[in-house]
Design a binder for this molecule. Structure first.
Ligand code: DGL
Length: 290
């Protein structure tokens, strides 16, 4: 890490996802690291990532990282499980700033949480097919039994806002039935959208199964990473109201949170306002391919 990057502690964190799902990660960063500014990019034109190939996800992620770097971010959070599974390690050697994904932190906590060594993972088709959670969990617990299940219908159900709808409950019952005979005591919500279905999953799996939300652990891990790199925003001065700017050149006065999307900005804004702890005034549309 060079000196100019170390001095850049007022710069924002870049957070990206295939769309709205990564807002669950941004929400945790807002809660746990309230001094940190965020530039969020949601690839709403090209969602879903969960059914696309590794090569495509790598290409998309590289474009987005270049965009976020152009916004002067000091670190990047890959808030999407599928992009963390397929692109993170390939991109890390190209990076001059720290980058963190959601898979490693989630796997670490699950490996520590399980009492019987049997862990379930739910995620997109890509995340489950990549076996990345199994690999990461076994780094901490080589004997762990990991059972994966892709739950692709969860994403559109969440985006439709059907968080507790009888249809969602029925779909969840069908997907989660495959865990019945496995004896898992820990279940990773390995997709950005799934923490929003936490209570549905909890009701079906019962209190004996610990649910792990990688978003929570990722925000904790980000805090540690920023500390280690000397990049934490430790300013004690007054902050601007979230999402607002007074046009000052002082980086500390820049907007707390900025949102960019590749399509459907209004829909994104409405979804964001339904789950974030602050009101966002706009999501700016950009051409990510250019
Ligand atoms: N954000 C994606 C993930 O966490 C879910 C949505 C998608 O398939 O793009 O894997």
């Amino acid at each position: 890490m060079n000196q100019s990057l170390r001095d850049n502690k007022y710069a924002p964190i870049g957070v990206f996802d295939s769309g709205v799902g990564g807002l669950t990660v941004a929400r945790e960063i807002m809660r746990q690291l309230p001094r940190e500014r965020i530039v969020y990019f949601g690839d709403t034109a090209r969602v879903p990532y969960g059914s696309k190939s590794r090569e495509t996800i790598l290409r998309y992620s590289r474009q987005i990282i270049h965009f976020l770097e152009s916004k002067g971010v000091k670190a990047i959070v890959v808030a999407c499980n599928t992009a963390s599974a397929y692109a993170l390690e390939g991109l890390r050697p190209e990076m001059k700033i720290p980058i963190i994904g959601v898979v490693k932190p989630g796997a670490k906590v699950a490996a520590a949480a399980t009492r019987n060594g049997k862990i379930g993972v739910i995620g997109t088709e890509g995340t489950i097919a990549s076996q990345i959670y199994t690999e990461m969990i076994r780094r901490h617990n080589p004997d762990a039994v990991v059972v994966g299940k892709a739950c692709p219908l969860f994403v559109p159900l969440v985006e439709e806002g059907w968080l507790k709808d009888p249809i969602t409950i029925e779909v969840a019952r069908r997907y989660l039935a495959s865990f019945q005979e496995t004896g898992i005591d820990t279940l990773i919500l390995g997709c950005t959208h799934y923490p929003l279905l936490r209570s549905v999953v909890r009701d079906i799996m019962g209190l004996g199964v610990e649910l792990v939300n990688p978003a929570y652990e990722t925000a904790l891990g980000l805090g540690r990473l920023l500390e280690e790199c000397g990049l934490s925003n430790d300013s004690a001065g007054p902050r601007m109201e979230r999402g607002q700017s007074n046009g000052s050149a002082n980086p500390q006065d820049a907007p707390m949170y900025q949102f960019y999307v590749s399509d459907a900005a209004e829909k994104f804004k409405n979804f964001a306002n339904s789950i974030l702890p602050c009101e966002i005034k706009e999501a700016q549309l950009i051409q990510i391919e250019e």
